[in-house]
Design a protein around this ligand. Sequence first.
Ligand code: NAP
Length: 485
Amino acid sequence: MVEKASTLLMFGATGDLARRMLLPSLYGLDSDGLLPADLRIIGTARTELGDEAFRERADAALKEHLPQGFYSEGIAKRFLGRLHYVPLDIKDQSGFDRLAKRIGDPCHGVAIFLSTAPSLFKPTIDGLAGAGLACPTVRMALEKPLGSDLESSREINDSVAGAFPEDRTFRIDHYLGKETVQNLLALRFANSMFEPLWNATHIDHVQITVAETIGLEGRGDYYDQAGALRDMVQNHMLQLLALVAMEPPADFNSTAVRDEKVKVLHALRAITSADVEANSVTGQYLRGAIDGEPVPGYAEEVGHESTTETFVALKAHIDNWRWKGVPFYLRTGKRMPMRDTEIFIQFRDVPYSIFASRGATTKPNKLIIGVQPEETISLHLMAKTPGLDRQGVRLREIPLDIGLANAFSEYRRRIAYERLLLDLIEGDPTLFVRRDEVEAQWGWIDRIRAAWTEKGLTPRPYAAGTWGPSAAIALTERDGISWHE
Ligand code: NAP
């Protein structure tokens, strides 16, 4: 049986992710009584702090980042009492030895969360191993980015595997912690009505959009090296695609679910230099306006001219029986007109319309799964417009809308990291990404980047506050399809 952690060791405990997401998530779990009673949380980073000073910082982070009205003095007191801090420079072994002393018996109930730059993963693992902190029961969670291409991803995975076998390596893709993303599995596999239609015979195409209104938000150094394809498509969007396209797993367990996802990732058709211009569009934002507010262009924000893409649109194909001939259009960008993550599934039109002779036209059914900011499921159906039909039958598309926040109003909406941190503490890897998935994702992405280089393609400009370059519209319009907006 997997042992629950009694020590959570958090590297990068003074960083942005810890302050905005990890500490508030752990507080949320504590407030619901979900953390093991004896769980202590040990933060580490280089900044010299004692336990009390770390607790004060954590308290300030909770006050700043918890949803309004959620902070309670009593719960905060209990939660902050769990926190400890060991200052440590990952590049200096002596810090790990002090950490090991503080932890005591590391072979029982230790879970580790690495929230530091990936360049520090290998020295961290070496330091942990050197201090006897990589015992056979310790679990390790890693934040993205897991490499910048297949080769660097393999290097990271190899160095992790040297101390932590795959079943104790928890690779985070925080999209998998989102309720609506998990709900995709419930929608597909807890209802009988969708699965018979979930294939090329009945689905015309799929669109996945991840649109952000924000620009660089202080992450310019990282982002300028990464770009939209590696920052968003390689991980989050390919995970969404895999969940939409996978075969029904035999069970809701970590092996069965991840086995099915990886098959989809392996079946993605490579985009090569022969077809990259037809199947991809990149863009970079110029100055413009979002919600009426002027915003600078990318080059201005990053401080130099750059060829990094802040927008990418792709037409992907999954070469298997279920999805033969069904395009999957993926689109993500910064400085879009609205923040919106959604999966849009368009079914095929009725094979023959009995209403055509009465002047009415039908539209194909659509299923729209809103991931953020609103968590929604919307099924668009054709209905008859009320009336006596003297001038012919009139049909109209109407949505069957489910707002998940309303349908489950008695439940608190959780930060995605709450689920992932609890699964790490309890040792359930189902919602973490396996090595073969990450590497299949990188393999597909690397081919696209190589094709861009081979063809000398550079991003096209688009004004901030628009849906990307006009070529992105042409990408779908060539197939007679419009982006759902
Ligand atoms: P950050 O704000 O720069 O924090 C980095 C943390 O690492 C700090 O606590 C820093 O503390 C510590 N650190 C740096 N060098 C160290 C060293 N030599 N030894 C020990 N500790 C060291 O970064 P972040 O935004 O929290 O992101 C952390 C990781 O998560 C990154 O890989 C990032 O790409 C990823 N990520 C972040 C977000 C996000 O929303 N922020 C989202 C997804 C993924 P000291 O300076 O005190 O040492």
